[in-house]
Design a protein around this ligand. Structure first.
Ligand code: C2E
Ligand code: MG
Ligand code: MG
Ligand code: MG
Length: 283
């Protein structure tokens, strides 16, 4: 990125980096206290069936309400947490919170049993030998159905140690949980390679969906990804669906589900309650 820009852009870029380096340092220091201070929360973004608009499940997304900076986006604090290793405790917190939430929803709403909860898993978490045990403990503690938990791994996390990943994913599958490939298309792996891993679902990255309606090339890519995924027996979720036109195209390509602002932004506990109340009716 730096080299592309030439002289002028290089200076602008390094200026931006200097500013963000200072902020990063602050985030790094503050993040140490954030979990204990109760500043980390979780929002939930609905995932809906494209054929009939029905709610299929949701994705748990970490949120940081910084006492001075306000809401810090995950794009800023997740990389910091990954660098410092704090992602392990943060990720575990999100996993436990999300499963607790799902268990609570299953108690309160009839008909919610079929809903699934997606949770993002970082490389550092996935690489831990005790990771599958930790997932099993959270499932037992919260009492959720293992099949209702979907762990999202990016291609790069899987590819970092592909040999080990096969065994680690199998250990998770043995628990009954699902493994989902997140942000598909942004890495360098091919779908035919990824079929070695016992995953059940693939999420097409938002960047493809974004320009699908106006760029024929991207539309063909999405079409090919969906076709290949189906031929490998994988379900497909499209990320970042914002326009009705995208929904139409995706539904036409038999993409099972979608997630995006067209359906709903990520919701806090209260707004999730309102949505579920409308859709399902509480007891
Ligand atoms: P992701 O896992 O791909 O999550 C989807 C992101 O796309 C979310 O951003 C969501 O708010 C955003 N999004 C959904 N629909 C739309 C749309 O229609 N338009 C646009 N522009 N954006 C949409 P968010 O919450 O900011 O999270 C960003 C990333 O941070 C996530 O991408 C994930 O990689 C990471 N992240 C978030 N929470 C966690 C976590 O608990 N653990 C880990 N390891 N990573 C997390
Ligand atoms: Mg995700
Ligand atoms: Mg994603
Ligand atoms: Mg993405």
């Amino acid at each position: 990125r730096v080299r592309e820009g030439g002289g002028g852009r290089y200076e602008i870029f390094s200026e931006a980096m200097r500013v963000s380096a200072g902020k990063r340092l602050q985030l790094e220091m503050d993040l140490r206290k954030a979990l204990d201070a109760g500043e980390i929360g979780v929002h939930y973004q609905p995932i809906v069936s494209l054929a009939d608009g029905q709610l299929r499940g949701m994705e748990a997304l970490a949120r940081w309400r910084h006492p001075e900076l306000g809401m810090v986006p995950p794009m800023e604090f997740i990389p910091v947490a990954e660098e410092t290793g704090q992602i392990v405790s943060l990720g575990h917190f999100v996993l436990r919170r999300a499963c607790t939430k799902l268990a609570e929803l299953q108690r309160r709403y009839p008909g919610v049993e079929a809903l699934t909860m997606n949770v993002n898993i970082s490389g550092a978490q996935f690489a831990r030998p005790e990771f599958a045990d930790e997932v099993r403990e959270v499932i037992e503690e919260t009492g959720i159905r293992p099949g209702s938990l979907k762990l999202e791994l990016t291609e790069s996390v899987i590819m970092a140690d592909a040999r080990k990943a096969v065994d680690s994913i199998r250990a998770l599958r043995d628990l009954g949980v699902h493994v989902v490939i997140d942000d598909f298309g942004t890495g360098y792996s091919s779908l035919s390679y990824l079929q070695r891993f016992p995953v059940s679902c693939l999420k097409v990255d938002r960047s493809f969906v974004l320009t699908m309606a106006d760029t024929k090339g991207n539309r063909e890519i999405v079409k090919t990804i969906i076709k290949m995924a189906h031929s490998l027996g994988l379900e497909v979720v499209a990320e970042g669906v914002e326009q009705a036109e995208q929904l139409e195209i995706l539904a036409g390509l038999s993409c099972e589900s979608g997630q995006g602002f067209l359906f709903s932004k990520p919701l806090d506990d209260q707004d999730l309650d309102i949505l579920l109340h409308e859709r399902l009716g509480s007891v």
